[in-house]
Design a protein around this ligand. Structure first.
Ligand code: SF4
Length: 187
């Protein structure tokens, strides 16, 4: 039920239904009230893909960013990308959310938080994060080892299984596919 895709529910959805890449970005935004450009783009398009309406997305972004900067600066520097992602300005193109292949192959600079964590993160960092999210140690190790061998999307599917307690039937090819499968499963 997409009517439940509202700003007030995003923390819960991030915990329950986001793949690790998006959960990490969401939590970074909540903690820092800021995201670098590549991160903003990856997350904005995902939010559009899960069905967050344009006005709600703008309000979510505004609420977070204006905890650090004033309204005027937000409007001048940061509101444009939200409009852009929803096709409201510029070439008015309706941009598609990024697939896993796109996210995995994109370059991620030092200090940036986007990309695919199974590729980007050191094994120990990944393992510790997974354990902090409640995974059993042996499951966190299994996922980290898959990631180390370069099986990022399979590692993502395992994370789905261990957090959703159900089989991941389709290889994860898209963060929005992950969300839809997870979210649909509880209805
Ligand atoms: Fe995100 Fe895809 Fe990586 Fe999973 S495999 S964390 S959905 S980019």
């Amino acid at each position: 039920n997409k009517s439940e895709i509202q700003v007030g529910n995003l923390d819960k959805h991030a915990k329950d239904h986001y793949p690790l890449c998006m959960r990490h970005i969401h939590e970074t935004l909540k903690a820092n009230h800021h995201l670098k450009h590549g991160c903003r783009l990856q997350y904005l398009l995902f939010l559009k893909g899960i069905g967050l309406k344009y006005e709600d997305c703008m309000e979510f972004w505004r609420q977070e960013f204006t905890k650090n900067i004033d309204e005027d600066k937000f409007q001048k520097q940061y509101s444009y990308l939200v409009k852009h992602c929803y096709g409201k300005v510029g070439s008015m193109l309706n941009y598609s959310p990024y697939s896993c292949v796109k996210i995995i192959t994109d370059s991620v600079g030092y200090g940036e938080q986007h990309g695919c964590p199974y590729k980007q993160w050191e094994s120990t960092v990944l393992k510790e994060k997974l354990e902090s999210y409640g995974l059993r140690q042996e499951n966190a190790i299994e996922i980290s080892e898959m990631a180390q061998k370069g099986h990022y999307q399979l590692a993502c599917g395992k994370y789905f299984e261990y957090t959703r307690f159900k089989e991941n039937k389709n290889v994860i090819n898209h963060p929005n596919q992950y969300f839809d499968e997870s979210y649909g499963a509880i209805k």
